[in-house]
Design a protein around this ligand. Sequence first.
Ligand SMILES: [Zn+2]
Length: 180
Amino acid sequence: MADFHKADIEMLMDGVLPWPAVQEMMRDAKDPDRFDKYVEILQSRVDWDEQILLPLTPALYIVARDGQRIVKCRCGHEFGDYRVNWKISALINVRDTKKALGEIYKGRERPNPKWIQVREYICPGCGTQLEVEAVPRGCQPDFDFLPDLDTFYDQWLGRPLPHTDEHKDLTLEAVSAWAD
Ligand SMILES: [Zn+2]
């Protein structure tokens, strides 16, 4: 069973682990505490204290705060309940003209702006581009990942979280609350 040191994993995350070592890591079975090591490294790199429960992207994490589970950027900006698609609280740059799409697609690769728009989701706290999606016009923001945190902690890690949350997409409820 492989047992890589945290320093190796840190180098892997930063893209500076030598290629032979990367290959070795890829070939081997995952060491059982890989998730914990990864989260420990992420935790040591942020300057806030809330416990990271699960990374969603290199910059966005689900964290525990006051009995709630919220999405938080590494810069500290908070997006709210993890069951609400964080994208609806991000800054959004929409590319839906030939000119704007032409800045990222060349020639015939460029999609037809009548049909497709590219949305860039940006953190209001630090300006990091967190996600990009190319979707048909009118399509609601794609909810990339709504993890079942309770099942993951209870059945995969064997240490249930202190309380459980209903595993349910609450995005539409949040949007309707805006309309009230
Ligand atoms: Zn941020």
